[in-house]
Ligand binder design. Structure first.
Ligand SMILES: Nc1ncnc2c1ncn2[C@@H]1O[C@H](COP(=O)(O)OP(=O)(O)OP(=O)(O)O)[C@@H](O)[C@H]1O
Ligand SMILES: [Mg+2]
Length: 476
């Protein structure tokens, strides 16, 4: 029996990609529309039939209540559901529909079953989001061999490309690569040490924002257009999903246009009964509208270097990953920050899926490729990740005590933290485990728990929020 294929999948907020190693190298698998990426958009009709990809995106204007976009922004939120008709869908079910389409395209292209995959997630995703991503794969009927971080996958693709240029191991000095990854919905800043002589890719530090991506830049244009419509035409689009979707589509086009041009014309006919929106947006205006968003990415990079053992000047190479790095101001800002031009040779839309496909092939029992076939060193591939946010327990007084700090290399075998019971003759201990966001302090809950740190070393931290959110399907 021929073993099924193992593929790499970049499950993105706005676009997804699938790749597989065929022959000696990973290749992107085009979808049935002939495209190399597939919009992460799902439409579920009233007969429960689903449409995924460009066709779903195309009908979003006319059918906003049955169209789901940007679901990755909610993955791992256990209280979030999307209401479509009388049905409720959890984020992992929607993500599974996207995966099912990608897998079907993969099987028809490869002419074989696909039974396992490596799926990528932002490095800054916590455990809940990673587990939910894994569940999405399982709902789609595949074995998820590994949930790999997107910057690590991109670095692996970079390593493969370097190898293709010269496979002499000795010529591949250890180097520090900084990955600035701004996708549709997430931002990851990652410092990676790449040692191609030994096939080691080790993340050193990571920072980022799970709720910051190119879609926020789009939303600023949407808000700007909505203000113009209000002022000029007295038209209020708030709550009108169809008109909101039309503004969103116009805003995306304008944003992409401004990556190549200094100004763009925006036209949205019949936004109101007798109102056509017509305006011009310059690159400078766009940059002003979104300056604070770019600053937030710079703050994340600053914080990373505050913790890192090395400085900005020690970075050898800067990789730009994610479609939103095409915005002129992003590349300029990164170049100014590092004083060096970012590398342009790694494809920002495809590198993540290519790296994941390579890892899938190396991990799959059916594959006969080993690391020394694709990388210059003769050792097994070693990928080391770090914990993006501290993991710890809740103490009896409701405070959070980190046991695994941010940026600790995983897996962690042992911790020398010691905790004690709080009462004499105590027979049990309850210790809820949290992965806490390191920022956004919140007041700690006042729940009585049964454990206490023997010698508290760190200040009380925050606890993750669990707010109930329910939303209309569309919109970021
Ligand atoms: N030419 C361009 N100019 C500006 N922005 C662009 C351009 N092309 C794509 N984008 C933006 O890049 C974002 C999508 O990037 P990408 O496909 O890398 O994200 P993703 O993988 O879906 O998201 P994430 O990695 O955050 O989950 C969108 O916001 C899109 O509008
Ligand atoms: Mg992405």
């Amino acid at each position: 029996m021929v073993e099924g294929y193992s593929v790499g999948i970049d499950l993105g907020t706005t676009n997804s990609a699938i790749a597989a190693v065929t022959g000696d190298e990973p290749e992107i698998i085009p979808n049935s529309d002939g495209e190399r990426t597939t919009p992460s958009v799902v439409m579920i009709d009233d007969n429960d039939e689903t449409v995924v990809g460009q066709a779903a995106a195309n009908q979003a204007v006319s059918n906003p209540d049955r169209t789901v976009q940007h679901i990755k922004r909610h993955i791992g939120d256990e209280d979030y559901v999307v209401d479509i008709g009388d049905e409720e869908y959890r984020p992992e079910q929607i993500s599974a529909l996207i995966l099912t389409r990608l897998l079907a395209d993969g099987e028809s292209y490869l002419g074989r079953d696909v039974d396992s995959a490596v799926i990528t997630v932002p490095a800054y995703f916590g455990d809940a989001e990673r587990q939910a991503t894994r569940s999405a794969g399982e709902i789609a009927g595949i074995d998820v061999e590994h949930v790999m971080t997107e910057p690590t996958a991109a670095c692996l693709a970079y390593g493969l490309q370097e190898t293709a240029q010269s496979d002499d191991a000795e010529s591949h000095d250890k180097r520090h690569v900084f990955v600035y990854d701004l996708g549709g919905g997430t931002f990851d800043a990652t410092l990676v040490e790449i040692d191609l002589e030994h096939n080691h890719i080790e993340v050193q530090n990571t920072d980022g924002d799970r709720q910051l991506g190119g879609e926020d830049w789009t939303q600023r244009i949407v808000d700007h257009l909505a203000d113009i419509a209000q002022e000029e035409g007295g038209v209020d689009v708030a709550g009108d999903h169809e008109q909101e979707q039309r503004l969103y589509d116009a805003a995306v086009r304008a944003k992409h246009d401004l990556s190549n041009r200094e100004q763009t014309e925006i036209t949205v006919p019949y936004l109101g009964p007798d109102y056509n929106l017509e305006t011009t947006l310059t690159r400078e205006e766009f940059q002003d509208l979104t300056e604070d968003l770019l600053d937030r990415t710079v703050d994340n990079v600053d914080e990373l270097f505050d913790r890192a053992d090395m400085g900005v000047d020690d970075v050898d190479e800067v990789l730009l990953i994610g479609g939103a790095t095409r915005m002129a101001q992003v590349a300029d800002t990164v170049e100014d920050y590092f004083g060096t031009e970012p590398l342009r040779s790694v494809n920002p839309d495809e590198a993540v899926a290519m790296g994941a496909a390579t890892q899938a092939e190396l991990m799959s029992s059916g594959g006969d490729t080993t690391a020394d076939d694709v990388l210059p060193g003769d050792e097994d591939l070693l990928l080391v990740d770090v914990t993006p946010q501290p993991i710890g327990i809740e103490l009896h007084d409701g405070t959070f005590a980190a046991v695994v700090d941010q940026d600790e290399k995983v897996p962690i075998e042992e911790s020398d933290d010691r905790f004690t019971t709080v009462m004499d003759d105590q027979t049990g201990v309850r210790f809820p485990i949290y992965q806490a966001p390191p920022r956004r302090p919140r007041t700690t809950p006042n729940s009585a728990r049964w454990s206490s740190r023997a010698s508290p070393k760190r200040p009380p931290a925050n606890r993750p929020s669990r707010s109930t959110s329910r939303s209309s399907p569309t919109g970021p």
